[in-house]
Ligand binder design. Sequence first.
Ligand code: HEC
Ligand code: HEC
Length: 302
Amino acid sequence: MKFHVALVLTFLWSCQRTNSPFEFPPIKEPANNRTSPERIDLGEKLFFDSLLSSDSSISCGSCHQPYHAFSSPQPLTSGVHGSLAKRNVPVLINLAWSPYFMFEGGLPTLEKVSLSPIQDAIEMNLPFPELIERLKSHSEYPSLFKKAYGEGPTPSSVVRALAAYQRSIQSTQTRWDQFVTSRVELFNDAEKKGWQLFMGKAKCQSCHPPPLFTDFQFHAILPYDGDDGRYRIDPRPAMKGAFKTPTLRQLAFSAPYFHRGTAANLDEVLNAYASTQNSNANVRLSKEEKAHLVAFLLTLSR
Ligand code: HEC
Ligand code: HEC
């Protein structure tokens, strides 16, 4: 089965952009994993194959569901044996530009990220040697690996293919992208006012700057809930309960929000900003302003 993201979420793989003050930075691909259609297709097949989990019940796509912007509609998901993950499933969008991964930023490349859920006891719980055996005895995989990487299935080619696929999941052509590129008429009044609030009084852009709508930094927004977040790697007091700023693209599909999925909708997100102890993020908005801001946020989804 093929899940071409372009069809599911009107993502575009790339685009010609002109006149935009918000250019996307160039993508840095690792020298040993330059993209190609064969690599992306192989990675896509692996991503949705439950052969990657110990009891063949779960694929990456069971938690990172394409229709939900590659996140999950549940606050917390369970892996093999039904054990619950600690954190909400993040969207996998525009990761080609992310300098590091996971909520605490502990992994430096997409190739490394793809290694961890497969062997993780809660998520897929499959030792790599066993995975390689399964792939080698499969009827299609050996030749697909050969075409994509010039070798049969190996741990390195598995994680490179998964990374190549994930780098191809891009959201670059939303209504907002068209609005700032040239088509001012696309926004209605509420959306324009929301965009102004976002860039001004509401202070959102200081951590969610366009065009990626994340600063890739770590901030504590919610009251401490026992999850140390970034503090586990960077033990400064400000990092206690701090998490990587998520992108705001494709929000319409990725509820619930925040690192434990505690906000069911965007109104609840804005209520959290009204009561946060983080002075850089604390902002009180009127009911009308909230409606404008939400109208704008949804222009980043399609
Ligand atoms: C059981 C559910 C589950 C499965 C299966 C799963 N993931 Fe995840 N994934 C998560 C959760 C939860 C997180 C957040 C973990 C954290 O940051 O602590 C995550 C984080 C990630 C991230 C980091 C995103 C970012 O913005 O930093 C990537 C990339 C990723 N997963 C890719 C994969 C791939 C590839 C597979 C399959 C090999 C996979 N995941 C399988 C639940 C899952
Ligand atoms: C000081 C930095 C900062 C500011 C300012 C800020 N954010 Fe955030 N935002 C974050 C961080 C960090 C998270 C993740 C917090 C967590 O999960 O604990 C987040 C999460 C979110 C989420 C949830 C996304 C998801 O996928 O879970 C939304 C929506 C959001 N912010 C919108 C906004 C809006 C709208 C504003 C302006 C009113 C704003 N943010 C201001 C840093 C910031």
